[in-house]
Ligand binder design. Structure first.
Ligand code: NDP
Length: 331
């Protein structure tokens, strides 16, 4: 049996190109005791994967050249040498970017696909949902009645962060996104105001959308967005530094935020986080999110690209913003 995998063929400098990736056919090895063979159905592409394409030390090791990329995926167990997994189990795991994955059963989690569709475990019930929750509940703890600003508001994490803020009692939630149709979408999610960050300086648009200032900023973007938020934050305001996608492909250091010194007088808290360090909050998160989903109080959308061979295009599209909600690849 052969598996198809996407390998990293070369390391991008600046924006990745299709020829940084290669589709490779490899034989599927025989299963060892404790392993399972999973037929991947859907895989996730995520912004953090851009950082892993650089050969630098970080919180996750870099992808290796001429080896498959990896990342979250859901699929069906089609062979098992583990007493803990049965053929037919639908599991989530981290061996994406391939159609067939051999891995230890212990690195898979069986999904309850009656409770939610399998893809929800890559979105609201997966990394993006937990990231949004951790950022708002733990990192930049939001209180009822506060004003919250979320960038990347039409994306997987941002769309959930804004909705969670409303559900937890924010008085006003403002979002930014990269096109008029995304702005409409964000308003439709229940954000009180939204703007297209291409229209004019973010600082001006944020001032219009939140004339009385903000208490919490959920930062997915960095750069000019972060600078605008620092200006708009009240004394004792909080920032969850979740991502800085505006600079993931930069080849030069980005100048903004140029107003960081304001954080002193305003006594701001700017706190970075990596969601995988907050697994202890997962049980509380799952309980709350599952309830919201059951009650239809959280909306989530997916942009699905068909075919493993198109996974690099899906990833490049994600960096350019062609996704609404979670970007996924149907393997
Ligand atoms: P998204 O679904 O939000 O997709 C990425 C989006 O980024 C695009 O759709 C695009 O939307 C936007 N974007 C791209 N370039 C720019 C730019 N220059 N300025 C503003 N927006 C831009 O991805 P995720 O929800 O998966 O991730 C959102 C952020 O959260 C990322 O920064 C990611 O790295 C971070 N993250 C952090 C985690 C953590 O543990 N700290 C865990 C998971 C994600 P648009 O069209 O609106 O520009």
């Amino acid at each position: 049996m052969k598996a198809r995998e996407i390998h990293l063929a070369s390391r991008p400098s600046g924006w990745p190109e299709p020829d940084n990736f290669r589709l490779v056919e490899v034989p599927v090895p025989a299963l060892e005791p404790g392993q399972v063979l999973v037929r991947n159905e859907v895989m996730s592409v995520d912004p953090y994967m851009r950082g892993r394409m650089n050969d630098v030390k970080s919180y996750v090791p870099p992808f290796q050249l001429d080896a498959p990329l990896d990342g979250a995926a859901v699929g069906e167990v089609i062979a098992s040498e583990s007493p803990d997994r049965a053929v037919g189990d639908v599991v989530v795991h981290n061996s994406g970017w391939r159609d067939l994955a051999v891995l230890p059963a212990a690195r898979t989690r069986v999904l309850d696909t009656k409770a939610a569709p399998a893809t929800a475990y890559l979105g609201p019930l997966g990394g993006p949902g937990l990231t949004a929750y951790v950022g708002l509940v733990e990192i930049a703890p939001m209180k009822e009645g506060e004003t919250v600003f979320v960038s990347g508001a039409a994306g997987a994490v941002g769309s959930l962060a804004g909705q969670i803020a409303k559900l937890r009692g924010a008085a006003r939630v403002v979002g930014s996104a990269g096109s008029p149709s995304k702005v409409e979408y964000v308003r439709g999610l229940g954000f009180d105001a939204a703007f297209d960050y291409h229209d004019s300086p973010v600082r001006e648009r944020l001032r219009e959308a939140a004339p009385d200032g903000i208490d919490v900023y959920f930062d997915n973007v960095g750069g000019e967005h972060l600078e605008a938020a620092i200006s708009a934050l009240h004394t004792h305001g909080r920032v969850a530094l979740c991502g800085a996608i505006a600079q993931y492909n930069a080849t030069e250091p980005t100048p903004a935020p140029r107003n960081l010194a304001l954080a002193i007088g305003k006594q701001l808290t700017l706190r970075g986080f990596i969601v995988t360090s907050y697994g202890h909050l997962a049980p509380a998160f799952y309980a709350e999110m599952a309830q919201w989903l059951r009650e239809g109080r959280i909306r989530y959308d997916e942009t699905i690209v068909d075919g493993l061979e198109n996974a690099p295009d899906a990833f490049l599209g994600l960096l350019r913003g062609t996704n609404l909600g979670k970007m996924l690849v149907r393997v």
